[in-house]
Design a binder for this molecule. Structure first.
Ligand code: GDP
Length: 539
């Protein structure tokens, strides 16, 4: 990004048909899962199958992955992809697959949920033994709220776990989506023989590949050969598959896109098994980028002029590049390097010269990108999360959702002399969505309050404030657990109550903080004329 507005951009033109064809080749997805279900392993295996990487393990190191996230830079080194990368671009069967990262370190932050606004479908990865865990449920809640189609992948099938039918029941009970398995495991969890491909009745037998460094050996067989080789395991799989068909548990694209069903795949990502089928699913089942509604309710077709929305900003992503990146998902039109765009808030023109894709620690310059792609704008300092970029600056997509914070702490610098870096650090972490910074004139010395969706976010703040902004901080927990957005006109009524605080965020939104839901209901009963706007719940 450059403030230089003199240089005209190149004027490479695309016809609408060309843009539509490029958009039609794109699938933009995120993997949601509970920590340890195998998200990094699956992502790496997908990259390996799509030939985007030489070998698994290149994307991130496997060492030292255990433990709570307390060391930002070490984590960054160990988990290149999870922290340093916003998107991984793969190509498979002539299609471009963008896997937008939902960072592991910020599993409980708003930043993670916002990544889901940049995708068209998700892979919900679950551990065969553990089923639908807490974080999976929370992230699923956001997909539900956005109507994002969900592809379910049951991982770690090489290990003892629950029965496949039992897992389907759990998925259905928790999500309300009817599972429609595309592949079906032959052999119980822990004795993974291979997969029945339900649409053609064929068998794909697997031989475990050592170390995860090479592709698993896949052997395709006919039903007759499978019956001979696997005997009763094959018969059981066939019977279960028939049972599924009898209950209409077969994939139907329209029902999947309407958020009524979820196709299901079984994998042992660590052994690269079943992963090729998941890649095929991204091409065959996942939707292409859709036309998008702007804030005024106007539809922007993928073939309209260039428009993109920023869903994430980050500084200090790589110690070698101490810069700030703003990540934007393209919704319509074509990005050309050197083009001039405006953001919807300031309308200020900027020439997009320094635009990159980030792949682990490596970056490369982007010359052209299409709907569905994610571009990283370098040092776009005045661009914020939620901003829309377009050629005339007049397109504005709906603001990104505000997720309900449940944790509130005051923050102050340990060293009072570090005031300037303290303020700068908080400003940046606020802009990135690591935490939300709330202030009020009525608080002593203007002491800011940090609000978070999950308590882990404070660990990230502490670490980054200490190491990146050189201003270690101390927190004091506040007794609130829930918040509502309120109008300025109603704020005095809330402020008059001793047990409610009203604070303002950097966008001017007013948050009323309550210690529990009972107090919210109590206030609503006493003041029916006051509108308390509920935030998007993640649980
Ligand atoms: P993440 O936290 O969701 O990114 O999980 P990881 O990809 O780091 O995996 C967590 C642990 O589970 C690691 O020790 C992996 O080697 C292991 N793992 C991942 N996939 C599989 C699998 O299919 N089978 C088995 N047995 N282990 C797996």
């Amino acid at each position: 990004m450059s403030a230089d507005t003199q240089t005209p951009g190149p004027t490479t033109s695309h016809t609408a048909a060309q843009v539509l064809a490029e958009a039609g080749r794109r699938r933009t997805v995120a993997v949601i899962s509970h920590p340890d279900a195998g998200k990094s392993t699956l992502t790496e295996a997908l990259a390996l199958h799509a030939n985007a990487l030489r070998e698994a393990g290149h994307v991130h190191g496997r060492s030292g992955r255990a433990g709570v996230v307390t060391d930002w830079q070490d984590m960054e080194k160990q988990r290149g992809i999870s922290i340093s990368s916003a998107v991984l671009q793969l190509s498979h069967r002539g299609q471009v697959i963008n896997v937008v990262d939902t960072p592991g370190h910020a599993d409980f932050s708003e930043d993670t949920y916002r990544a889901l606004t940049a995708v068209d479908a998700v892979i919900m990865l679950i551990d065969a033994a553990r089923g639908m865990e807490v974080q999976t449920r929370k992230l699923f809640g956001v997909c539900k709220q956005r109507g994002l189609p969900v592809i379910t992948v049951v991982n770690k099938w090489d290990r003892p776990g629950q029965e496949a039918l039992q897992l389907l029941d759990e998925v259905e009970t928790v999500t309300g989506l009817k599972p429609t398995p595309i592949t079906w495991p032959v052999g119980i969890a822990g004795d993974f023989r291979g997969l029945l491909e339900r649409h053609n009745g064929g068998y794909v037998k697997y031989t475990k590949a050592p170390g995860g460094a090479t592709l698993a050996l896949e052997e395709r067989m006919s039903a007759e050969q499978a019956a001979e080789l696997e005997g009763s395991s094959w018969q059981t799989a066939l019977e279960e598959s028939d049972l599924l068909s009898a209950t209409d548990a077969d994939h139907d694209e329209a029902l999947f896109l309407a958020f009524e069903t979820t196709p299901v795949y079984f994998t042992a990502a660590v052994a690269n098994t079943g992963v090729g089928q998941v890649l095929d699913a991204l091409v065959d089942v996942a939707p292409m980028p859709r036309d998008h509604l702007d804030q005024a309710g106007k539809t922007h077709e993928v073939t309209s002029d260039f428009s993109a929305q920023v869903f994430k900003t980050q500084t200090g992503m790589n110690p070698a590049h101490r810069d700030r990146l703003a990540f934007a998902r393209i919704h319509s039109g074509v990005f050309h390097r050197g083009m001039t765009v405006r953001d919807n808030r300031s309308g200020r023109p900027m020439v997009l010269k320094h635009v990159q894709t980030v792949f682990g620690a490596d970056r490369s310059t982007v010359d052209v990108a299409y709907p569905g792609d994610v571009i990283g704008l370098v040092n776009a300092r005045h661009i914020n999360v939620g901003d829309t970029l377009s050629e005339n600056g007049r397109v504005a997509y709906p603001p990104l959702p505000v997720f309900a914070p449940e944790h509130f702490r005051t923050v102050r610098p340990k060293d009072l002399g570090s005031g300037k870096s303290f303020r700068q650090g908080l400003r940046e972490l606020d802009a990135e969505g690591v935490v939300r910074v709330l202030t009020s004139d009525t608080r002593g010395h203007g002491e800011p309050v940090l609000s978070a969706v999950g308590a882990l976010q404070f660990d990230v703040v502490q670490h980054r404030m200490t190491n990146e902004f050189r201003s270690a901080v101390t927190f004091t927990e506040l007794p609130y657990t829930t918040a509502r957005i309120v109008n300025a006109a109603d704020a005095p009524k809330l402020r008059a109550r001793r047990d409610i605080e009203v604070l303002e965020d950097s966008d001017g939104l007013l948050f009323a903080l309550f210690s529990d839901d009972w107090r919210v209901r109590n206030f609503e009963r006493d003041n029916p004329e006051v509108k308390l706007e509920k935030l998007v719940a993640t649980s």
